[in-house]
Design a protein around this ligand. Sequence first.
Ligand code: MZP
Length: 496
Amino acid sequence: MRILPEISRTFGEYLLVPNLTDEDCTPGNVDLSTPLVRHPVGQESPIRIATPLVSAIMGAVSSPQLAIALAQVGGLSFIHQNQPIAEQAGMVSAVKKHKAGFRHNDVNIEPTATLGEADELLRSTGRQVVVVTDDGTPSGLFLGMITAQDFNFHRHQIGDAVETRMRRGAALVTGTPGMSLTTANELLWDSRQDVLPLVGDDGRVTALVQRRDYELHKQFSNETVDASKQFRVGAGVNTHDYRERIPALVDAGADVLCLDSSDGYSVWQKHVIEFVRKEYGDDVRIGAGNVVDARGFDYLAEAGADFVKVGIGGGSICITRDQKGIGRGQASALAEIVTARDAYAEETGMYVPLCSDGGVLHDSHMAIAFAFGADFLMLGRYFARFTESPAPLVKVRGQALKEYWGEGSARARNVARYGQGSELAFEEGVDGYIPFAGSLYDNVKVTLAKLRSTMVSCGSTTLRRFHDTAMLVQVSQQTFVQNSEDIERNERPTVV
Ligand code: MZP
């Protein structure tokens, strides 16, 4: 038996102390891009992502819809593996088949086409666009074209969208199905609604898109979309059926794989990585984990993992620490493994990125994780709250909630990740609710603004420099006590 000399610490126990902010250090200059997979020191990673956030390999989190929304803001999803191989591969190919961005050549609608015809055409292309009409049918009054995601969002927010006539902004734009697309575009434009007509190279109006989606596309498409104009998507794999699952996922177009395990310091993970190298060389990239100390990192890095995932027991739905007594505070685990990663890079010339998985309860924790040296973060609760997650949206006493359940819960029964042999003898996760937060785009935008602002205060415009120069301080036990006492005694101002 050995007792580590340090206390197991989590993100909430630290604060950042600002560094000098100079003229060049502005939010607009902050570059959040990060390497996703291993690369020789001094060279670019073959896969970089513009936004250092990936979605958890969980049934409540990573669906094709969420994967597309996350790719549109520069991040990446890992489609979960707790489902039959064909279904998972189908989800991967659904993301790959989705037309990345808004390429106007995809849908050639004549400006003289009627709204009814435009609607038909857009629907037939399978694009995520719906036309909302007064009476729920394409033949009724035209109110605007919106993405399916937003349609669902409004439905849940204000009840049935059709009945309430979709109050988007102050005024509804009404037209008739016989109205020409050009006129409808002009109407929408004049109404100052958040919708833009998209004009092709030849000056023809070819589609209506949301202003924010268009801006997003312009901002991120280069980073997110590889030469084939498809969005990137990852997929979880396990140590049981990998001989069949991995080829199916590769065929479906998965850009990167990740071993999905609560304890990745095992010979089984090494076997899977060996299988990938033997079958595909470096053409298929695979991350491994989860581990919480340098021994685990070294083992997986040496086995050839393309990135290593850190974290045991820190997930918001996780009860592994109570059930099995296993785990480590996320900050402590990360601190030790970041040192191991940098030592490994120095010794071998190979940089193996670290993914910090779980334990992010507030946006500020993301900044702390990056200050500790994480290359990117895997998030479950954060993404499950959004419109685009596959988790059901429910109303409880008037409050909109999303269901969120752990992979080790009785609901998910993810035996490959949590089982003992072929069964789940006990649960390691809970099945609960989290407040619904709206669209992924709106939330990620605010989160990234916070992160950029923190980095500017700390005098950094890249994640690497942020880590290299960050100064962290531990908060005292008294701070926690005082905070909760203040809240209990109502000594904090309340929002009115
Ligand atoms: P969080 O972002 O909700 O805090 O944590 C998400 C992470 O929790 C996942 O990426 C996964 O590593 C872990 N997880 C998923 N299911 C369970 C469970 O049932 C779990 N215990 O711990």
